[in-house]
Design a protein around this ligand. Structure first.
Ligand code: TMP
Length: 289
């Protein structure tokens, strides 16, 4: 696809671009430098997965466990936490600084609850297969094509790494060019979950974790073009450990559209509103690869 065709394709009602000249320029650079220079950094929940499928809100990683066979009391408490904290996460009026302590509270309480449930490693496969978590339409093509050209893909998520791997395994393919940074569960010898392996990754501390994981970016520092994909303002910091020459930021705005659109348009180069597909990133790849 030529740059002209790509810009024409982006001229759709659900695609919002604050600065079309800048977007055109960055896409031209990405096309010019091609797949050898490209790397991808993507959030998982509601970025690689859908927000809505057939009129129903889809599960995040944490919600996959809630949908599973965990005790009713746990589900009720987890739901109360989500009803309290999700509106804070997505509130465009609050600053990131105001949100951070609330997110730490949410993840700490949610992980504390999970630790009381004696989740078995073996149950994860079934939890995922019976869940409403769904990769976006076109996600398998996206992963397969990036593998074909050996483009490194970093999936950086405040969700749960074990669940992410299982979703990808069941609904697509986990290729060896894909690397996940997320909250990974810890299991004892009986295969029961006892906690999490590392410090919490929540939606607004992806910058700190990028620094911890900077060896990843150092190893691919010759990949000087980047497509970054996220669904929250916190996701913009997923690549803070990387120095690249050309970066295109694609934001999925799934909820509270009217009140958040201006902020997203300021922060992301391309904003996709209520789009449950990967059509835009995939068409971009068709131009670049
Ligand atoms: P992400 O970084 O992959 O987008 O994942 C984080 C999402 O997980 C975020 O939108 C909030 C959500 N979440 C739940 O649905 N339930 C929970 O208990 C927690 C802690 C987070």
């Amino acid at each position: 696809m030529t740059i002209e065709k790509m810009m024409e394709f982006l001229n759709q009602p659900n695609v919002h671009i604050g600065d079309p000249d800048h977007v055109k320029h960055v896409i031209e650079q990405l096309i010019q430098y091609g797949p050898d220079k490209l790397q991808i950094v993507a959030d998982f929940d509601r970025t690689l997965t859908k927000y809505i499928h057939k009129g129903h809100v889809c599960a995040t990683c944490h919600y996959v466990l809630e949908e599973g066979s965990l005790p009713e009391l746990f589900k009720e408490k987890a739901r109360t936490l989500r009803d309290t904290y999700f509106p804070i996460e997505t509130n465009p009026i609050l600053s990131v600084e105001e949100k951070i302590p609330k997110m730490i509270e949410w993840w700490t309480k949610a992980h504390g609850l999970l630790e009381t449930c004696e989740i078995s490693r073996d149950s994860i496969q079934h939890c995922v297969s019976s869940s409403t978590a769904k990769l976006r339409d076109g996600c398998s093509w996206f992963f397969d094509e990036l593998k074909k050209y050996e483009v490194p893909v970093l999936i950086f998520s405040a969700g749960i790494g074990d669940i992410i791997e299982e979703v990808i395994k069941q609904q697509s393919t986990m290729h060896d060019n894909m690397h996940i940074v997320s909250n990974y569960m810890k299991f004892n010898e009986e295969g029961k979950m006892t906690g999490f392996q590392n410090a919490i990754i929540h939606v607004y501390n992806k910058n700190e974790n990028a620094i911890h994981d900077s060896a990843y970016f150092q190893n691919i520092e010759h990949k000087t073009s980047m497509i970054l994909m996220g669904d929250s303002i916190g996701d913009l910091h997923m690549a803070d450990g990387a120095e690249v020459d050309h970066k295109l930021k694609i934001g999925f705005l799934n909820t509270r559209v009217e009140e958040s659109l201006e902020l997203f348009k300021k922060k992301y180069d391309i904003v996709l509103v209520e789009d449950e597909t990967l059509d835009v990133p995939n068409n971009l790849l068709r131009s670049i690869l």
